[in-house]
Design a protein. Sequence first.
Lengths: 470, 470
Amino acid sequence: MNEERENIDTMIDEFISEKNYDEIAWKIEELLSEKNYRAVKDILSELNTVDLAEVFYEIEDRRLPIVYRLLPKELAADVFVEMDNEQQELLLKKFNDKEIKEVLNGLFLDDTVDILEEMPAALVKRILKQADKETRDSINAILSYPEDSAGTIMTTEYVSLKENYTVTDAFEKIRRTGPDKETIYTCYVTDKSRKLVGIVSARTLLLSSPDDKIEDIMETNVISVDTHTDKEYVAREIQRYGFLAMPVVDKENRLVGIVTVDDAMDVLREENNEDFSKMSAVTPSDKPYLKTSVFKIFLNRLPWLLLLMISATFTGLIISAYEDSLLAWPLLFACVPMLMDTGGNAGSQASVTVIRSIALCETYPKDAFKVIWKELRVSVMLGAVMSIVCFGKLMLIDSLYNDVTPVLAFIVSLALFITIILAKLIGSTLPLLAKKIKLDPAVVASPFITTIVDALSLIIYSNIALAMLG
Amino acid sequence: MNEERENIDTMIDEFISEKNYDEIAWKIEELLSEKNYRAVKDILSELNTVDLAEVFYEIEDRRLPIVYRLLPKELAADVFVEMDNEQQELLLKKFNDKEIKEVLNGLFLDDTVDILEEMPAALVKRILKQADKETRDSINAILSYPEDSAGTIMTTEYVSLKENYTVTDAFEKIRRTGPDKETIYTCYVTDKSRKLVGIVSARTLLLSSPDDKIEDIMETNVISVDTHTDKEYVAREIQRYGFLAMPVVDKENRLVGIVTVDDAMDVLREENNEDFSKMSAVTPSDKPYLKTSVFKIFLNRLPWLLLLMISATFTGLIISAYEDSLLAWPLLFACVPMLMDTGGNAGSQASVTVIRSIALCETYPKDAFKVIWKELRVSVMLGAVMSIVCFGKLMLIDSLYNDVTPVLAFIVSLALFITIILAKLIGSTLPLLAKKIKLDPAVVASPFITTIVDALSLIIYSNIALAMLG
């Protein structure tokens, strides 16, 4: 028996390190059909809550409630919060009132709110009935903050201390209230009117003598954010300062909650995912790629492709308008893709750099002139080198299979020079403009800029050709 | 005097919340030229170490050593570590041996290594001379780990406990050794041969009774990584599990160090920056955009633009080869930009999604068939809708300014259909292939895929036209 247990242990360890959660799920389902609940419990007790949620994801819906009920009691709520929304909904619907109450008691407030936001109204009503009045009020308060604000991701469960406490008093309070707090590593010192006056870390407390007064050891240069501050900004500040938590205050500087580093990391991952998606003209999805359905992926991509295709009608229109000048010279026609691609690449180099810099809170719309001046110098240098190389390439390589005259090569190179400058200026200013008018800079990224640059560069190209060739 | 102090406080608070670090720097320089060192000290003591480093960045080089020496002693090393590499070098060169020793003593080992890696050899030699033998050995050990491995970002300064300790023993050890440890919030339990057998958080310690044995309260399902594990993977795991630190073990499962959450966040920010850069064909820079020189930006962008321009020679070659079939029909020619742009967009939608999914450790090369099957279905659906809309658009809109026949519209639509499918398949498989052969998936992102898709789609387009029109 003991040997069998050890075998399972080794197997599970291997599956976990390879992230083969489906294999663990199969093993569990096999044991369930053998009614070997003891072995299932053994496996479950071997796993971390995050890994358990991954395993649960692979378990059949009809078996999920059984497996969930086999979890050690103290892990149940922690696993629940890590689970997929659809599975949470499925479980909540199967739970009796007592089970709902148990989960609610085990969850931190910010997680409860996150879950409630994804559940259907009838279920939310049933859940809130099981919460005590205080919890219900706190939930409603968090739900009332504007979308994407610090208020929506903060938790109200922090340790607060008073200035006149001693270190011993502080530890006593931490021991008494700690189990319900999301973090006990940073404690917040407030005055009578709940105004935040200082912070003290558990580290400082542990390294101080028992009789030290909190007011003597606390840090008074407190950095805090407002409930209405954008959550991405809060997350970036937590990262920049290396904090474990950031206090959130209301308009009167009264402490109302904290944002912890793990939530900050989740916000940043989500925001990065969104930026990557938007920059490649895809509607962001909150599910991992392999877990997103084909139809959903199709829907996330279709509108953008359609929009961009239809806006490319302009380039068609321009080509048709100038077809006499372009079609007359095969070389000019053959260079259209090179010119368009280079313009697109030059534009996206600038736009992605600026979009990223805005996201990192390093560049603001007020820096527009600095950005334009910088990009102008960069683009003139790039344009000069690129057009010289292009001229050389046309005369030496393209002349092997096409009729190249110095005048034609000059037209292409000049158009390239102007296209690069235009692409850089448009690529760097559009995101700033978007930010200024409170749009998401990432949405005006490469694909849109490519479309605009394409149209402009074709007009310039054709006009240069017309002017020089008549 | 007191009022003046308060005025400065309010002003500084305002500058900080607006991130106007340059204004604080100007104020400091003004006070320095008045030799009002006391006021400078007051300002410095008001600021957080991270903000101090930002202010220092704006201070003139010649004044930097003076301002640095005015810092409160206990902050000096913490500020130093946050500073720009060039400023660190400047200060180290100005420091006498005693000052170098002080900074070394104040730094955590992982930070020391980060700084040394950026300094010129002669300076490194001088610095290492001031370190004691133990520190020097630890530094050399960290420097010997492979690039981008967990070993290079870990710190060896953690709290280790023994199984037979009581909670009181543990606190005693934390008090004694804590000040030199990077974190005291997670303690690591090791056996006689330094093998990692469990972890216990400061939270658990604080909430247990003084006589509890560590072996009874420690968590034994320990998740750890190897010294050679990729640092991005480690950072993602810290994020996924919501850990404050991740233990790092050697091949014999002996604990050698830990990676803390703040370093994990820095790794992720850096990796995200790199991915954004590479995806837009820019060599990544480790400086913020506005702080990077024009020439450096030029150098980061030029090689990629050149490479992509020269590879676009292929598309020119293809157009020249098929020019008879394409140039004969103005509509076919006018549709080239639309076809190329849509192919590029469709490809980058797939490639960015897959690159991101690989970066998040959600998709591996072993999933190639799942990915291909998924993208095949998505692309057939997208291709079908897109080509139907394209056909309609050509017949209804483009016919207003160009000669459109149903056969020509069909040729464009069919080429679009095939282009979208090809773009999706190439866009999704190339990053996986890159990962498989240990290249960075982000490098084969949109611009390269666009170039390949452009060439292929032009060949298909021309061949369809040739086959149908003769």
